[in-house]
Design a protein around this ligand. Structure first.
Ligand code: NAD
Length: 452
């Protein structure tokens, strides 16, 4: 028996915020002691800020933009989460991403809450100068809604170390004479950035995947050496995952970006793909590869599929075609709840986003600590700490799944006693990760006591 059905609605739910809430609900049923009011508090964002602002573009026009910053929960520490620049950003997407940050920080056990930001814009159609103006104006309008001890942004889709430098500079201009480096992470190395932060999301995926394989989660695949890998999305997370997985002996057979997808069953050299993308703007046209449809890429026979683009890529309408043995979610929210059920039925193991891509926020936490302490750690130290965190978190999620699934009959008699009509089924790694995270956040909320 798999998890409780998420397919009650015929039309698949693709609103990321409602998906995040559904994932929460699926998990919360396994924590019967959780009080109703506490559930509502944990599920909903503490605040959603909408900022509408103009900039004067490089060409002299006035253009208006909408940006969001959501603080989902700060019970375990300051809000933490990236800022995304994309034409499809919505308030609900940012709410979902912020809530996943709360659970991710709890799974990996870093002392942050969850937050996220986004600006509705198409960076491909904006100049560097316009992006800088957009960033500065957004951060200045946010004012004291962000801060080193309240809410700390970071990079996400279409933002990078340059963007983080502008964020730091803008905040610093507004708070001169203060120690402002910890207000944002993912900064350039010479402005307080951490060694290893650029690679951290992908390296975290690597450590988590290695740990899961070593624990025997995927029959007949117990190491990366010789494993075949397909990667959707070739930006920060995806391209660096290609490099790191290949370094461990895996064969990258297909990659994609917004320009399209390419395949070479004999193996793609990540450095060549990165150089080609830098030169042409896309992986398409890489020598020795054949162009395939993006849907075909998701359906390729391989050991590991790494979605590293956006939400809702593996859905009810295509999950059945996935031939991977293991999915490592570098992206946030790439798999819908309906797809989760289909994958579970087909024996595809999913290392969920709130575990697999937590390396990014983990090294962001290390950057924040280094900034607070005026230190710079060696790369070896950062990576060793990251490995320990990722292995501990991966073990904790796998153990949680075993604990919950092993205690199901007792749990079912307990919830039956509470007049529940449904029988709880076996949980996936995603639901186990949520259960672990919700328990950790709820414990702290109750230990601190609800104010006043
Ligand atoms: P990025 O902007 O560096 O790269 C995104 C890549 O995805 C680009 O190559 C783009 O062309 C590609 N892409 C977009 N839509 C696509 C599609 N439909 N099909 C194929 N490719 C597509 O962004 P990133 O920082 O690498 O983020 C990617 C994902 O990883 C996001 O879900 C993000 O939230 C998540 N993530 C990022 C970090 C981080 O530290 N950067 C941390 C955790 C999670």
């Amino acid at each position: 028996m798999t998890e409780p059905s998420a397919t009650a609605v015929r039309q698949e739910e693709l609103n990321p915020y409602r998906i995040a809430q559904l994932q929460f609900d699926l998990a919360a049923r396994y924590i019967p002691d959780l009080k109703k009011g506490l559930i509502e508090f944990l599920k909903r964002p503490a605040r959603t800020l909408t900022i509408e602002f103009p900039i004067q573009t490089e060409r002299g026009n006035v253009r208006n933009f909408v940006g969001y910053r959501v603080l989902h929960n700060n019970v375990r520490g300051p809000g933490k989460g990236g800022i995304r620049y994309h034409p499809d950003v919505t308030a609900d997407e940012v709410r979902a991403l912020a809530s996943w940050m709360t659970w991710k920080c709890a799974v990996v056990d870093v002392p942050f809450g969850g937050a996220k930001g986004g600006i509705v814009c198409n960076p491909k159609r904006l100049t560097q100068a316009d992006l800088r103006r957009i960033t500065r104006r957004f951060i200045s309008d946010l004012g004291d809604q962000i801060g080193p001890h309240t809410d700390v942004p970071a990079p996400d889709v279409n933002t990078n170390a340059d963007t983080m430098a502008w964020i730091y500079d803008t905040y610093h201009v507004m708070h001169q004479g203060e120690d402002n480096l910890p207000v944002v992470t993912g900064k350039p190395l010479d402005i307080g950035g951490s060694l290893g932060r650029r690679e951290a999301t992908a390296r975290g995926c690597l450590f988590s995947a290695e740990c899961a394989l070593a624990r025997g989660l995927v029959p007949d695949v117990d190491q990366l050496d010789g494993a075949t890998v397909v990667i959707q999305g070739f930006g920060n997370a995806g391209s660096i995952a290609a490099e790191l997985f290949a370094e461990q002996g895996a064969k990258i057979i297909a990659v994609s970006d917004t320009g399209g997808a390419v395949l070479n069953r004999r193996g793609i050299k990540p450095a060549k793909a990165i150089a080609h993308k830098q030169a042409t703007g896309s992986v398409v046209g890489l020598r020795g590869t054949k162009e395939i449809a993006d849907e075909e890429l998701l359906a390729l026979e391989c050991d590991i599929l790494i979605p590293a683009a956006l939400e809702n890529q593996i859905r009810g309408d295509n999950a059945d075609r996935v031939r991977a043995r293991l999915i490592v979610e570098a992206a946030n929210g790439p798999t819908t709840p309906v797809a989760d059920e289909i994958l579970a039925e087909n024996g595809v193991v999913v290392l969920p986003d709130i575990l697999a891509n937590a390396g990014g926020v983990t090294v962001s936490y290390y950057e924040w600590v280094q900034n607070l302490e005026h230190q710079q750690w060696d790369l070896e130290e950062v990576n060793a700490k990251l490995r320990r965190k990722m292995e501990r978190a991966t073990d904790a999620v796998i153990d949680e799944r075993e604990r919950v699934n092993g205690g199901l009959s007792e749990l079912n008699s307990k919830v039956k006693g509470a007049k529940s009509k449904t029988t709880l089924g076996l949980v996936s790694l995603r639901t186990a990760a949520f259960i672990l995270a919700i328990r950790r956040v709820a414990n702290v909320a109750l230990e601190r006591g609800i104010w006043p």
